[in-house]
Design a protein around this ligand. Structure first.
Ligand code: 8NA
Ligand code: MG
Ligand code: MG
Ligand code: MG
Length: 347
């Protein structure tokens, strides 16, 4: 169903933007108190209510970098790392105050200094050669997941290469891969059928089992950190409403580390398939993002990643247009999703 698929492309792009814009004011906060959760509920109600005049909610680095990748794929019709790197750097220098991660700016400075003659060394040099394990790779991966959804090997290869422009630590790369696979799964499911949450997690676990392999081939029994986090997601889901926010945050985390934010975003999307106490809405897209923000921490990024999953599953028809009107660049993101679907489907 092409109409549905196109709607899912737009929905996923808008999901990133919505989570980013709405989550950004709460970024870095602790788990929201019950008072704060009521204010959040009223705030979402107001956004959905009769139109009112307010300055548009601003997006941050998450959306800027997502936009750069989408624009590049639309224009080049393939992964062009030089073009993406140039777009990252150009957008950063045009608007350096979009809330970038504190260390990633060094990568942009070095890329500019070497005039893009060496695309990968700057990222490799981060953190004394360890590379970044931040969630910056995962937060921007949506356009790549959409573009390559028909071919899982291509998806893995594109995700790995693109992420390594800024994040070379295996945890950072695998976090982007997990988010990309989860977006693909959401995209391929029919939203008219009830989502089989357990199956969704099991499919992710079996993929990560191969991805988190023993790279050196030493035959060591390696810990597979994402697999472990995903099994926690599964346990928490099976606990239903008994898994309160404190427990979710304690088990899954809400930090800028990919390992403690990508599984959290997946959990938010899956948990929001059902009603959640204190979140009063019949709209599961809104519920996903509102719940993600209520957990505190890296709210814009977890909200954006969870939003990308919800948008890829339901399509953009689920998103209340009144909310979109309050977001900076929502028309642009809708159009990027549209154009990206055209390019992808004409391949
Ligand atoms: P990054 O590469 O700068 O990583 C983010 C942070 O993670 C770093 O600044 C370090 O503190 C830490 N980190 C990552 N790798 C290592 C390592 N190997 N050793 C020690 N510390 C490490 O940038 P990014 O693009 O991954 O970051 C994305 C996040 O930054 C998103 O949340 C985005 O919205 C933005 N941001 C987040 C906050 C926040 O407080 N949550 C604030 C501003 C900006
Ligand atoms: Mg941000
Ligand atoms: Mg439907
Ligand atoms: Mg963030």
């Amino acid at each position: 169903d092409l109409t549905l698929l196109k709607s899912k492309f737009r929905g996923s792009m808008l999901g990133v933007l919505t989570g980013d814009c709405l989550g950004h004011p709460y970024e870095g906060d602790e788990l929201l108190t019950s008072g704060m959760k009521i204010i959040l509920q009223k705030y979402f109600d107001k956004l959905e209510g009769p139109p009112y005049k307010a300055p548009a909610m601003q997006f941050t680095d998450d959306s800027v970098m997502t936009r750069s990748i989408a624009q590049s794929l639309i224009e080049k019709r393939q992964l062009d790392l030089l073009d993406i790197a140039k777009r990252f750097v150009k957008s950063y220098y045009e608007e350096p105050n979009r809330g970038y991660g504190p260390a990633v700016m060094t990568v942009f400075e070095k890329l500019r200094a070497n005039r893009f003659s060496d695309l990968f060394t700057p990222a490799k040099e981060q953190f004394n050669g360890q590379g970044s394990w931040g969630n910056g790779g995962a937060m921007r991966i949506t356009p790549i997941a959409l573009f390559s959804h028909q071919n899982i090997d291509l998806l893995l290869e594109m995700t790995r290469k693109e992420t390594q422009l800024t994040h070379t630590n295996k945890i950072g790369v695998d976090g982007a891969i997990l988010q990309a696979i989860a977006i693909r799964q959401s995209l391929l499911l029919n939203p008219d059928n009830e989502l089989d949450v357990k199956q969704f997690i099991d499919d992710l676990i079996s993929q990560m089992d191969t991805i988190e392999f023993d790279e050196e081939g030493l035959g060591l029994v390696e810990p597979k950190p994402y697999k472990i986090q995903l099994s926690l997601v599964k346990t928490l889901i099976s606990e239903g409403e008994a898994a309160n926010a404190e427990k979710v945050v304690q088990k899954l985390g809400t930090s800028v580390a990919a390992l403690y934010s990508v599984p959290t975003a997946i959990y938010c999307f899956l948990r929001a398939q059902n009603q959640i106490e204190g979140i009063i809405t019949d709209n599961p897209f809104r519920r996903t993002i509102q719940y993600a923000i209520s957990l505190g921490g890296d709210t814009d990024t977890i909200g954006g990643m969870a939003g990308a999953l919800a948008g890829a599953f339901y399509g953009d028809k689920i998103i209340n247009p009144a909310i979109l009107k309050h977001l900076e660049a929502s028309e642009e993101f809708q159009l990027l999703g549209e154009k990206l679907s055209d390019v992808t489907l004409s391949q």
